[in-house]
Write a protein that binds this ligand. Structure first.
Ligand code: NAI
Length: 462
């Protein structure tokens, strides 16, 4: 039995970042993780492996569609799927080992196994009971299930199975036009699959700015993805090597069926708290099965905190990381803080989609007077040079003060460009502050500046 200042349960982006920060702040820290490798869903079966497959399939797409235009002749590469998976696994390995190294460097103990909290101040892993003045639950989330749909991770898969298919499908049905469905749907469409996305609502990516969502769907359609909107999946029947997906159109209740080699269920994730013993401890939960916390990530049980996907808020690795650092600071007697109004969201398709702050719909609903500045990547020389003129930057500002309320980008490197606006918003900047900042030419970032200019006297290249 060992005694710690802090034990963190879960080695994903929330947990491992929190553990490192706790150790850096002088606290004796351990992190419990039951997987073979640190890094949680994000590094093992989520963000990182999907980015490897998105990158590889994007390269193939470029070779097939743009190489000859640039004077690069010759046969397009063909897909060696086992090698692509090996590349993905290598990327995972490098990243998860990196965290192991960081734990050693910062003197964080990795307790291998699955944790239970028998009582406040104690964490049980296997037969060992460890003492902890503070416990941080960072146990993440798991894919949520759908009634009538049984996941076997072979034919009917979640994102986990979709990242390790034995072969690329010819026909794929994706249930849910959210982030996971569109990222992984894009991968397999680029690798040659006929992909049909079935979405319950009438808009893809719920919560996204309406104009961006419409443009995004149009671009994805052009890339070959088929969409069935306003459709509720009723059931999935699996045969030996195939599946049939039954759905009802909401507008007229008509019943339809589509078959596939692989069905990806991407209808959201739910908090993962199994086996922690929270019921017995009396930890307060929300109606949606999340752990209830106060503004400092404390649960109703003294000495027990929770962060990341198990609590309220967007299920994003970087939100969990920020909470992980902030809770470490709180435990160390400092003033950890997360600004929830400036958390970016990124979808790593091509083009990328990124957003921070409020959508136009949200600003409108709030009743505030606002202005919108937009700039198309067609007016950006760099984007056109690399066949990425599709998309735009949309900035929403307060009409009176010019303060930036939100920014939405669909276009090249959107996921990186958005951070200029995150920093600007953290500083309470106006669009004019961005417009008056010199941006290097030729870069994609000039489109952000032009959108800021469009909030004032007008963009130059529009
Ligand atoms: P999501 O919540 O983003 O999207 C789920 C979609 O499924 C919604 O559009 C919803 O309307 C639809 N849906 C729900 N039930 C349905 C039904 N019965 N039939 C048809 N459609 C249905 O969830 P997703 O994509 O599974 O992602 C889970 C979480 O992981 C999200 O919180 C997401 O933010 C996070 N994530 C983030 C990534 C990123 O930041 N790039 C990448 C992957 C996941």
């Amino acid at each position: 039995m060992a005694s710690y200042d802090v034990i963190i349960i879960g080695g994903g982006p929330g947990g491992y970042v929190s553990a490192i920060r706790c150790a850096q702040l002088g606290l004796k820290t351990a992190c419990v993780e039951g997987r073979e490798a640190l890094g949680g869903t994000c590094l093992n079966v989520g963000c990182i492996p999907s980015k490897a497959l998105l990158h590889a399939s994007h390269m193939l797409h470029e070779a097939e569609h743009n190489f000859t235009k640039m004077g690069l002749k010759g046969k397009s590469p063909s897909v060696d799927w086992p090698q692509m998976l090996a590349y993905k696994d290598d990327v995972i390995g490098q990243n998860t080992k990196g965290i192991e190294f960081l734990f050693k460097k910062n003197k964080v103990d990795w307790i291998k196994g699955w944790a239970t909290i028998p009582e406040a101040g104690k964490v049980k892993v296997g037969d060992d009971i460890h003492e902890a003045k503070n416990i941080v639950i960072a146990s993440g989330s798991e894919p949520s299930t759908l009634p009538g749909v049984e996941v076997d991770e072979k034919i009917v898969v979640t994102s986990t199975g979709a990242l390790a298919l034995p072969k690329t499908p010819k026909k794929m049905v994706v249930i849910g036009a959210g982030v996971i469905g569109l990222e992984l749907g894009s991968v397999y469409a680029r690798l040659g699959a006929e992909v049909t996305v079935i979405e319950f609502l009438d808009q893809i990516t719920p919560g996204m700015d309406g104009k961006v969502a419409k443009t995004f769907q149009r671009i994805l359609k052009k890339q070959g993805l088929n969409f069935v909107m306003g459709a509720a999946v009723q059931s999935v029947e699996t045969l030996k090597t195939k599946a049939k997906v039954n759905y009802k159109l909401r507008k007229d209740d008509s019943e339809h069926q589509v078959d596939a080699d692989v069905v990806l269920v991407a209808t959201g994730r739910r908090p993962y708290t199994e086996g922690l013993g929270l019921d017995k401890l009396g930890v307060k939960m929300t109606e949606r099965g999340q752990i209830a916390t106060d503004a400092h990530w404390a649960t109703n049980i003294p000495g027990i905190y929770a962060i990341g996907d198990v609590i309220e808020g967007p299920m994003l690795a970087h939100k969990a990381e920020d909470e992980g650092m902030a809770v470490a600071e709180q435990i160390a007697g400092k003033h950890g803080h997360v600004n929830y109004s400036v958390i970016p969201g990124v979808i790593y398709t091509a083009p990328e989609v990124a957003a921070v702050g409020q959508t136009e719909e949200e600003v409108k609903a709030s009743g505030r007077a606002y202005k919108v500045g937009e700039f198309s990547f067609m007016g950006n020389g760099r984007a056109k040079a690399v066949f990425q003129g599709e998309g735009f930057v949309k900035m929403i500002v307060d009409k009176e003060t010019d303060r930036i309320l939100g920014c939405h980008i669909i276009g090249p490197a959107a996921g990186d460009l958005i951070h200029e606006i995150c920093v600007a918003m953290e500083f309470g900047a106006s669009a004019q502050d961005v417009a008056l900042t010199c941006h290097a030419h030729p870069t994609f970032s000039e489109a952000v500046r032009e959108a800021a200019l469009a909030c004032g006297d007008g963009a130059i290249h529009a």
